[in-house]
Design a protein around this ligand. Structure first.
Ligand code: AFP
Length: 341
């Protein structure tokens, strides 16, 4: 009988922490609290088809988009699970306009938590995979001060940990603390996240491209050429690629992490800064993909080097297998130099 080795997320976090003799355990506690919130959100997401929870609340989020009840539930759950641990000095959520202070009665810690509670939520009614994305920074303001915007406006290179939880055919918690990317699948019977993918490495080159082609008309000429290039036949470079677009960033990137490929949400003539948010979606995903050996840029520079200027900043993103991202950058740079090409 094959020997089965169980490694829970909780144990993995502690074992990783032991590798750093100076670690205080605070980051481990944060990750642990996040995993508890993820379990509760997962349960609620799985019930979505049954309960009255489906449908709009009638409210709009800070971006003017219609919010569904599950977004609110996931947001409230994360805030409640994370505000009293004594490890955070401030939080910010894609669903809330302003930064989220730690209530006065709780200890102020040294970490900052940014999150998108339920990304892809416009897909909930269709039972499509959705996800929670998070990003953890060390505060840059002096200890003891309750909250400041400056702590939330750090570039992605300052992240100490990041992760996502995908609620799909199973629930998977994927995280990096700067030493590789590990994934844990929730066993619904035990209620535990069990190690399922160690040190994920994204293939250097993939065969999948993910982009909303409905926006083709508005793209940069170099991007149009790149997509046409991917669709041409050439055995040597393994083209044509397959197009796969779920419209749920966590699901699209998770698939590409395992199979290889590129995910793009570019700027276009209608949306000059793209759609996705730098702090809640792009930075954490960029950290994870880079840790898996991939690449993430805005077409010119590393996503994690973009200096955020405001909380809900958007940024174009090209992310995935290194060679594929380099190729789209090349196409766009060449078209910029020769606009008539
Ligand atoms: P929602 O959270 O509103 O469903 O948006 C999802 C998302 O932020 C990201 O997960 C998708 O990749 C992207 O938007 C899809 O956007 P388009 O519908 O414009 O392709």
């Amino acid at each position: 009988m094959p020997q089965i080795k169980f490694m829970t997320l909780a144990r993995h976090i502690v074992e990783e922490e032991r590798k750093y003799p100076k670690a205080t355990g605070e980051l481990s506690n944060l990750l642990h609290d996040l995993s508890l919130a993820a379990k509760v959100i997962s349960l609620e997401v799985n019930k979505a088809g049954l309960a009255d929870i489906l449908g709009f609340t009638g409210d709009n989020n800070v971006h003017g988009e219609q919010v569904k009840k599950l977004d609110i539930f996931a947001n409230d759950m994360l805030v409640k699970a994370m505000d009293h641990g004594g490890h955070l000095c401030v939080m910010a959520s894609e669903e809330e306009e302003d930064i989220i202070p730690i209530p006065e009665q709780f200890k102020i810690g040294k970490y900052v938590l940014l999150f998108d509670p339920l990304d892809g939520s416009s897909n909930i009614d269709a039972n499509v995979s959705i996800g929670t994305i998070f990003s953890i920074y060390r505060r840059v303001t002096p200890d003891g001060h309750p909250r400041t915007m400056a702590d939330c406006l750090q570039p992605g290179v300052n992240q100490v940990a990041a992760g996502y939880i995908i609620y799909g055919s199973s629930t998977i918690f994927v995280y990096t603390a700067g030493k590789g990317v590990h994934a844990f699948t929730l066993d619904p019977a035990f209620g535990e996240f069990l190690l399922s993918h160690t040190n994920i490495q994204i293939p250097k080159k993939g065969k999948i491209y993910s982009i909303n082609e409905g926006n083709y008309l508005y793209w940069h000429p170099g991007l149009k050429k790149y997509i046409k290039y991917l669709q041409e036949e050439d055995k040597k470079t393994k083209r044509p690629y397959s197009g796969r677009y779920i419209g749920s960033m966590v699901a699209d990137i998770h698939r590409n992490m395992l199979y290889g490929g590129i995910f793009m949400y570019p700027a276009d003539s209608r949306h000059p800064t793209g759609k996705l948010r730098l702090q809640y979606e792009c930075n954490p995903m960029a950290f994870i993909v880079e840790q898996a050996g991939g690449r993430a840029t805005n077409g010119k520079i590393r996503i994690m080097e973009v200096q955020p200027e405001k909380l809900h900043q958007r940024v174009p993103i090209f992310i995935g297998s290194e060679e594929d991202v380099l190729m789209v950058e090349k196409f766009m740079a060449e078209s910029e130099e020769h606009p008539d090409k």
